[in-house]
Design a protein around this ligand. Structure first.
Ligand SMILES: Cc1ncc(C[n+]2csc(CCOP(=O)(O)OP(=O)(O)O)c2C)c(N)n1
Ligand SMILES: [Mg+2]
Length: 325
């Protein structure tokens, strides 16, 4: 096996388990009413964040969307600071002013996430521009959803990145939906996002985004190529969210997606399948997996306790660090 075919299996598993446990705990505690911001959970989509971020360096930069928990955590963001942020506490990563959709941690290269669909795409491209101007070998990663491909700024940003040859990796997590609207009512029949975008002069690929090993390998290839060639690239990752668009519940009773479709994707659970694979290959034993889950549960429990006992921001802080144009 060549060195590039080896994957950091345990790191990938640990990252996905951590994201899943954090979000399950958010879902469990959300009804208490202490998290007062909307939360968009990525349960079912963990492999995309884990696979891509494992291919990055700590000082590579990333931006994300309203569904940002997984990206923030996979990039190395602190669990304590994220949970405190969701609780609106002064110890949160945005000092309690941002909530779930506005996460940031420059110390791990996670520059930020925003609630406006498509809004962070040009920011990520601008970051790529700044990295290029500085002459460093870092790259900028833009996590986006299939819905943001319907925003004009997506095309402007891709065009600018192509023309200026920017070191930007666009990662489109295609989970088939924008809220309750499937792709079939939003984009022409048979359009494949990656092939449409390729026509703009950027290399693209499509990857099974629920297969963390495949996602990691593809991301490592893409990231290495971007560093070397100083050109942007787009990965379209097919995936599926298992909970409602926004909030802690299932919403299958609304009828916007079929039971068959849901079951198909539930069987493609990125964590369960990877665990089964790693146990079969002897990479981890069932015993060690249980221990690993236990350690992660403790870290998550600690983060919630930290958030709950942290103070709210001082009211004198209300207008600090706020900007408007
Ligand atoms: C400009 C804008 N239009 C509409 C919305 C409302 N909105 C919030 S999330 C969302 C869905 C976006 O879908 P997608 O980009 O595929 O991300 P997903 O929720 O599937 O992760 C929409 C339409 C918004 N926040 N911003
Ligand atoms: Mg979507």
């Amino acid at each position: 096996m060549s060195i590039t075919e080896q994957i950091p299996s345990l790191e990938l598993l640990q990252t996905m388990l951590k994201i899943r446990e954090v979000e399950l705990e958010i879902a469990r505690k959300y009804p208490d009413g202490d998290m007062r911001c909307p939360t968009h959970l990525s349960i079912g989509q963990e492999a995309a964040a884990a696979g891509v971020c494992a291919a990055l360096k700590k000082d590579d930069l990333a931006v994300s969307t309203h569904r940002a928990h997984a990206h923030y955590l996979a990039k190395g963001g602190s669990v304590r600071a994220m949970i405190a942020e969701i609780y609106g506490k002064a110890t949160g990563c945005s000092r309690g002013k941002g909530g779930s959709m506005h996460l940031t941690d420059w110390s791990v290269g996670f520059v930020g996430s925003t609630a406006i669909v498509g809004n962070s795409i040009p920011v990520g491209v601008g970051l790529g521009f700044s990295l290029k101007m500085k002459g460093v070998e870092n790259i900028s990663v833009v996590f986006l959803g299939d819905g943001s491909v319907e925003e004009g700024v997506f095309y402007e940003s891709i065009n600018f990145a192509v023309v200026k040859k920017l070191p930007v990796l666009f990662v489109c997590e295609n989970n088939l939906y924008s809220v309750y609207s499937p792709l079939s009512v939003r984009q022409p029949k048979d359009r494949r996002i990656y092939s449409m975008v390729e026509a703009m002069g950027i290399t693209t690929e499509t990857v099974d985004g629920n297969d963390v090993a495949q996602t990691y390998r593809a991301a490592l290839d893409s990231v290495t190529r971007i560093r070397l060639d100083q050109k942007p690239h787009l990965m379209e990752l097919s995936t599926y969210r298992l909970l409602e668009h926004c909030g802690p519940n299932f919403d299958n009773e609304l009828g916007y997606r079929s039971k068959e479709e849901f079951e198909f994707w539930k069987n493609k659970d990125p964590i369960k399948n990877f665990e089964t694979d790693l146990i079969a290959k002897g990479v981890i034993s069932e015993f060690d997996l249980i221990k690993l889950r236990g350690v992660i549960k403790e870290e998550v429990k600690d983060a919630f306790e930290y958030a709950e006992r942290s103070p709210y921001p001082d009211e004198n802080e209300a207008f600090a660090n706020l900007y408007s144009a």
